[in-house]
Design a protein around this ligand. Structure first.
Ligand SMILES: NC(=O)c1ccc[n+]([C@@H]2O[C@H](COP(=O)([O-])OP(=O)(O)OC[C@H]3O[C@@H](n4cnc5c(N)ncnc54)[C@H](OP(=O)(O)O)[C@@H]3O)[C@@H](O)[C@H]2O)c1
Length: 310
């Protein structure tokens, strides 16, 4: 199977390339400089000319707070870029696996969100991703839109790495305790994407459409931070900072965020036999990988008590 991955330098994109190749898939990962998905003509050229079996879109504008002041840029990538990819895939007769987010929901349901729940984004990022989903559906019936949440991994900026860096400073860390969701390891998400891609390319599946996948276990950002530091200490990393739970109201941010976006992952289990992996397992593996690699990336300054990416 030959697959194109866009956004290949992002935290999920990098895992997709690594994991896909490890599974024997012929993966070509293109970063923004090789394929800017907002350039529709270039998208059409690359998608039609590569001999692909499937395209996976991991490219996105993911700066949730930044999107509030850069709405045009967010919509250009997350709506128009996704739409251009879907149109090009349709033209070439290719399936598209498109990544999306729990932030299309307002978080007020009080129960896990299913794929048929109406979207109601609270911020520009979520609105741009919801608009992108619509264009993907419109432009290419052969799509799998895969919504996930609270992604963390060994590459790129994410909450786990922010917590580790802040904890090394020793000062108390305030972390939001009234926003709930399900963390998802980027590597685990990559596994799911390739399971789905292999299945759709083989034609052995029930339905196209929208699916949810996140790690098993709902938690607040504060609870997640506790687990990160507990595990980091267990693996010998100095992470002794005190955590202080705070309500969202005490952490003003440009973008409003949903309170509870736990995703119901029943449909993906039924259609693709994909089971949820506990996020704690993914966290353990990420911390081990980071300990081994001793990555220098940890030093980029992002002192925030909740995830900045979405
Ligand atoms: N992070 C999360 O917690 C989270 C949660 C739920 C869903 N998601 C979704 O998961 C997917 C992957 O997110 P991620 O966490 O891997 O984000 P990420 O680390 O920010 O990666 C996104 C990648 O897209 C690239 N990109 C931006 N604009 C582009 C363009 N015009 N053309 C081509 N590439 C472009 C970025 O390139 P640069 O590095 O050059 O900017 C970056 O490498 C996205 O669809 C996101 O909405 C993420």
């Amino acid at each position: 199977m030959r697959a194109l991955v866009t956004g290949a330098n992002g935290q999920v994109g990098r895992e997709l390339v690594q994991r896909g190749r490890a599974q024997g898939i012929e993966v070509v990962g293109l970063d923004r400089t090789s394929l800017d998905i907002t350039n529709a003509a270039r998208v059409a050229e690359v998608v039609s000319g590569g001999g692909w079996d499937v395209v996976v879109n991991a490219a996105a504008f993911t700066d949730v707070d930044g999107a509030e002041s850069q709405s045009d840029a967010a919509f250009s990538v997350n709506r128009d870029g996704a739409g251009a990819l879907a149109a090009a895939c349709s033209q070439a007769g290719l399936p598209l696996v498109h990544l999306s987010t729990d932030y299309v929901f307002d978080g007020g349901k009080g129960q896990p969100y299913t794929e048929t729940d109406p979207v109601r984004p609270l911020n520009i990022y979520g609105a741009s991703k919801a608009a992108g989903e619509d264009l993907v559906r419109e432009n290419n019936p052969r799509h799998v839109i895969l919504r996930s949440s609270w992604i963390f991994g060994a590459h790129g900026a994410n909450f786990v790495k922010t917590m580790l860096r802040l904890s090394a400073g020793g000062a108390p860390i305030r972390v939001v305790d009234d926003q709930w969701g399900c963390p998802t390891a980027a590597e685990d998400l990559a596994r799911v994407v390739w399971d789905i891609a292999v299945t759709v390319v083989a034609g052995n599946f029930a339905e196209w459409g929208t699916f949810h996948y996140c790690g098993a276990g709902a938690i607040s950002w504060y609870g997640f931070a506790q687990e990160v530091l507990r595990m980091a200490e267990g693996s010998g990393r100095a992470a002794s900072a005190r955590l202080l739970p705070i309500p969202s109201a005490q952490w003003p941010s440009a973008a409003r965020r949903p309170n509870n976006t736990v995703l119901d992952c029943t449909r993906i289990a039924e259609c693709f036999a994909v089971e949820q992996e506990p996020w704690v397992e993914g966290l353990r593996e990420v911390l081990l990988a980071m300990a081994v690699e001793n990555r220098a990336e940890d030093s980029s300054p992002q002192p925030l008590p909740q995830e900045t990416r979405g």
